[in-house]
Design a protein around this ligand. Sequence first.
Ligand code: NOJ
Length: 654
Amino acid sequence: KIAERIETLLARMSLEEKVGQLAQISGADFVPGPKAEEIIRKRGAGSVLWLNDTKKFNELQKIAVEESPSGIPLLFALDVIHGYRTIFPVPLAMAASWDPDVPEKSQTVAAREARAAGLHWTFGPMLDICRDTRWGRIVEGAGEDPYLGSAMAAAQVRGFQGDDISDPERVLACAKHFAGYGYSDAGRDYDPSYLSETQLRNTVLPPFKAAVEAGVATFMSAYMDLNDVPASGNRWLLRQVLRKEWAFEGFVVSDAFAVANMVIQGHAKDRREAALRGLKAGLNMDMSSYTYTENAADLVAKGDLTVAEIEELVRPILALKVKMGLFEHPYVEEGLLEKVVARPEHRQVSRWAAQRSMVLLKNEGGLLPLKKDIKKVAVIGPLADSMEATEGSWMVFGHKPAAVTVLAGIRAKLPGAEVTYAPGPEIRRDIPSWFESAMAGETRKPAQTPEESDAAFKTAVETARAADQVVMVLGETDLMAGEAASRASLDLPGRQEELLKAVAELGTPVALVLLNGRPLSVNWAAENIPAILEAWEPGTEGGNAVADILFGDTNPGGKLPVGFPRKGSHAPLYYARNLTHSPEGSPMYNPRYWDGLPTPLYPFGYGLSYTTFAYSNLKVSAPKTKVGETVTVSVEVSNNGGSSWSTVWGPYYG
Ligand code: NOJ
């Protein structure tokens, strides 16, 4: 029946309109070219992106439905990566929970809010396995491991889409970036990836396959060259692996401008050839480069492409529009979002997800949990009261940060205590992000002068000196991880370590809370600070969740989804590597570097708790196995910490 409906639609569409469905057009002004309204009125469009305005959605939809020749509704798409209004921990943090329920419940809420605002489609989950922690986009994925990555992939797809894509509280998901983007040379964003088929099949592709198995509606092709062929023109990936081997039935959108980029990448001599390469490779939708709409008619006229080939690419786009009920319900109720956002469980899920994501890295002498009858706490550091750093990277367009910061969370937890605060010297990127300058149209605040920085440093030390307990909140700002946010060093940026040393020297007990979207090489802190909590970028309720853990209302249980190298130059560093000559522990062990330990500072899977556990009775069901057979490994785990800590999981039990 759906197939019939699609054929009826196709039969009444001109070639121009068919190609229109293959275009995702920009709703933002930073892309030059004709206005969205004009394009839609003339030929319709598959989708609109970079617009986040409920009223405008309805206006554009009305043009598509009532004024465009075939009246096909638009899909409104945006990056809703870890929350729309209620923000959840960044995906790397959610992976640290090792609990698929965390991303599934979080993305269910994100989908409900996004859909209430009028969005139909999110560009997530990001499924790039990454073993090079210098790569800024590691924050958006599940870390280094394909098994954990696959579990998180499927969970996010279920969260966004539910069981039925006609559910009006869900959005279409998009598995991105297909494939190999997390392996760009030396972690430099957008640079080429070279991966053997073995690595691809064993490590990079499994989360994408898991997403297909979970029913993901769409895919996004990556920016970079994979083994010298741009992913967006990569027939092997898009036709052989995705459609033939995995039987994927949805559609594939390119990353932004990636079709046109094939000219830069030397894969096509001009935009016309780039369009041809994308279309021939099976890439259904051109995100924002207008290369398809500009060239497809000519490609057909000159016999380079047939109408049948175009129709093959249009069908899955129309099919999803039909299946999600867009023809019956093209509009969104204005004002619905505010009602939906007010549902109390949204913030509860956010707090629970944040609690579950945090990883206790060190707790010497049982410094944590802190006592609530403490009199004077100093909260110190440039991120201690930063809503942006608490919510983290990848906010939806126009989002206004509204997080509970660590300072606010501690104040709320200790109404009777004196909680003082000093940020210390500011931290900033050496080179600004495109996202803070060009796109937001903002000019950067001038940097602190050395005198201002010294004064802020001094105030911070004095504030710490007057306290009984110090909580330092250090790490990276939201724009230090994410797209176009790779870095060579993994050290704490700016003067943060210097400040940490100066405060530690006072002799007042210090607990360090890290807010960051990637592993950091906190070598000095790991040696010298008694308690370290990895809080990541924890979202709207982040500060409350930190306080819940610091003051013992919740037991931390997260485990690292990626190892922390001791230096940026040690990346890529990962646990699942093949053993070779002179492995660690062997009598003939030769260190891999002579200028420091090559092992991670904190390995994959690491994470402490307020209680202790004993593992016993490890059993493997068979000593040998054949390919395709199953082996069962079992172990008994007991909580021998003498308390019931492991059962305390905070306010949300869903
Ligand atoms: C570029 C990013 O690589 C991708 O992840 C994102 O979804 C698109 N831009 C759309 O904003």
